[in-house]
Design a protein around this ligand. Structure first.
Ligand code: SF4
Length: 642
């Protein structure tokens, strides 16, 4: 890859690089407009708009998920955030795609339309690891499948263009974010170009969108007040976004030294990647690195057009997260629904404590979407939210979770220089000396939450990073002794050191140490409880022999895994680049099980009953990791006792 000079990126953006050189100040982006009172629910119909006294919307959000007014649902989160910034927002959820009528029912919005496929990539939501149609959808009322189209961002954008000619369309969410450059598409079994080009949207927002979406709304609002027509470059140069420009002069000589803030990197072109899939690894690693370092502009040529990716938006700070999660979410599905989406039942009383994951696992979308930087809410804010939950009409006393993608990273911080960090993970191949977790404070917080009036149960059921937990035995004592309700799901993923290294997971010996500590603490507390391991079959580099060794370890433990995830190469991850190109991140060849027969063979070694009849994958999909979260049945005691 060649570096491109700052002037080149300035020319591409059509703006001076002030936005890159001077990251948006948190205090600049919000609350500078007259506040719009927060409605009980964001409107989904003209009648609701009229009840609010709104003649027109400023922004329409179109989503592939049902509208559930919960902060884990992106449209609700961003809709309320935009309201707090002074904009009137409506939601069209899961519109029909044979007609633009649903999209048009609240009228043309004044500023722009935001489009998302929902909490999951629409292809992942629709198809199993063996490309079979799923029969359910946790983000749809009643769990019914088929409420959104395949490749929802592309389909919805086309419908919006038809409904409201000329309106700016912005795509975002996990589908847009992870498909922002050339990527491998498992379902088409091919490398696709950026979804921004395929959708023909004006702008793509990647990562967590709060800063970018308010900046987009503010820019378009100021143009609307002045000219009522936005120039094509009006949205260029916003951090956390990508746009398409003409053919820039990329002849600038490669930069001789380390990148400076605001400088750019030229990725392998889409055509070069198609001709040589090994370059997909080069491009994916660069995207991953810059999502972490947060400085460089990325440019990828597609024939004669340049896809320009601005540096990521700065993560929200603690005060901003506190503000965001204090917005008046009802934690209910919109009253127009007669059935509840299953996802709501699972997360209605869970609390987000932080964002980001320092792990950087190669199969996980999170580090490329949210980043490895951990942003944490304050303890006061979390306690206040739980207190408000205890007054919710559906509250029964149980808080199902406090956490983020990884339960025990609340308040963790990098004490080094993140912008210059070259590591792909803060925890792998060993925990970085600059990584500073704060698990004792987390244990104290959980104790405080559990003592709040009205809280009967607080459980940690999953998400504990076991290598990190071992660095603070008093935290582990709290989790196992006080907050594990019989089972704790942990993710060793495999026992082969070679496969674990490709996954960027800790050595298996760490998991065995964790098991020993878990058993000891459980015995000391007089509790009979179990660890449920997440395991992955058919990971790139994993062989039949590796799976047999894993099966032998499980047999020796007398464990029978109830379900094992067969690796799905989801768009944009490093593991998907491995799968596609058949190389590890260093370019060394690896064996990859690609045919259904090869994948089933590996999968069947742990799940014999699925060898001939793979399950329909009835499960809840974890939007944070785009990873199948196994609905592991309670283990048979005789098989799982250690
Ligand atoms: S320096 Fe260490 S702790 Fe900081 S971001 Fe890099 S790997 Fe993580």
């Amino acid at each position: 890859m060649a570096a491109i000079a700052p002037w080149a990126t300035a020319a591409l953006s059509g703006r001076v690089l002030a936005t890159a050189a001077s990251p948006l100040d948190a205090n600049d982006i919000c609350y500078r407009l007259p506040k719009v009172p927060q409605p009980e629910f964001l409107p989904m119909s003209r009648a609701e708009m009229e009840r609010l006294g709104w003649d027109t919307l400023d922004i329409l959000l179109v989503s592939g998920d049902a509208y559930v007014d919960h902060p884990s649902f992106g449209s609700a989160l961003l809709g309320r955030w935009l309201c707090a910034a002074g904009f009137r927002v409506g939601i069209v959820a899961q519109p029909r795609w044979d007609s633009p009528a649903d999209i048009m029912k609240m009228g043309r919005p004044r500023l722009f339309v935001g489009v998302t496929a929902g909490a999951l990539d629409s292809m992942l939501a629709h198809y199993t690891a063996f490309r079979k149609k799923r029969h359910d959808d946790a983000y749809t009322p009643g769990g019914a499948a088929g409420a959104r189209p395949n490749r929802a961002c592309i389909v919805y954008t086309s419908m919006v263009r038809h409904a409201f000619p000329g309106i700016p369309v912005v795509i975002g969410g996990i589908e847009a974010s992870m498909r922002r450059i050339s990527h491998f598409d498992f379902w088409a079994d091919s490398i696709r170009r950026s979804i921004l080009l395929d959708s023909k949207a004006d702008l793509l927002v990647y990562g967590m969108a709060e800063r970018a979406i308010v900046e987009i709304a503010t820019r378009l609002d100021s143009i609307a007040h002045n000219t009522n027509a936005h120039p094509p470059t009006a949205l260029h140069g916003i951090r956390g976004t990508a746009y398409v420009a003409g053919n820039p002069d990329m002849s600038a000589s490669p930069h001789p030294g380390p990148l400076q803030e605001g400088e750019g990197i030229k990725l392998p072109s889409h055509e070069d990647i198609l001709a040589n899939p090994r370059l997909l690894m080069t491009a994916t690693l660069a995207m991953e690195r810059e999502a972490h370092n947060g400085l460089a502009w990325l440019v990828q040529m597609n024939q004669k057009r340049a896809l320009v990716i601005a540096p990521p938006a700065a993560p929200l700070g603690s005060n901003e997260l506190d503000e965001l999660y204090s917005l008046p979410f009802t934690r209910l599905a919109h009253p127009s629904y007669s059935k509840v989406p299953p996802a709501l039942e699972m997360i209605q009383f869970s609390v987000t404590s932080h964002r980001g994951c320092a792990g950087g696992c190669s199969f996980c979308a999170l580090a490329i979407h949210q980043g490895r930087h951990i942003s944490s809410r304050s303890a006061d804010s979390i306690l206040s939210e739980v207190t408000s939950l205890t007054k919710h009409p559906a509250w029964r006393g149980s808080l199902t979770n406090i956490g983020g993608a990884t339960a025990n990273m609340w308040n963790a911080a990098c004490k080094g220089n993140q912008a210059k960090c070259q590591r792909p993970s803060c925890l792998w191949p060993h925990i970085c000396a600059h990584f500073s977790p704060d698990q004792q404070s987390l244990a104290d917080l959980m104790k405080s939450v559990s003592k709040l009036p009205g809280v009967k149960h607080l459980r940690t059921a999953s998400g504990v990073r076991h290598d990190l937990a071992l660095t603070d035995l008093s935290y582990l004592q709290s989790v196992v002794g006080e907050f594990t309700g019989g089972q704790l799901t942990v993710a060793p993923e495999h026992n082969s050191s070679r496969v674990l290294s490709l996954m960027r997971k800790p050595p298996f010996a760490e998991f065995e140490r964790f098991l020993a500590a878990f058993d000891r603490i459980s015995r000391q507390c007089g509790k009979e409880q179990y660890v449920i391991p997440y395991l992955i079959s058919a990971f790139p580099g994993c062989t039949v022999e590796d799976m047999k060794e894993l099966a032998a370890w499980l047999r020796q433990k007398n464990w029978k895994p109830q379900q094992v995830q067969c690796f799905i190469p989801t768009p944009g991850t490093v593991a998907s680049a491995m799968y596609c190109a058949g190389i590890d991140p260093d370019g060394n060849p690896i064996r990859v099980a690609k045919t259904d027969a090869e994948r089933l063979q590996q999968h069947g070694i742990l799940c014999a009953d699925e060898r001939s009849h793979p399950r329909s994958n009835h499960h809840f999909l974890d939007s944070r990791k785009e990873k199948v979260q196994h609905s592991v049945a309670k283990p048979k005691r005789d098989l799982n006792r250690r």
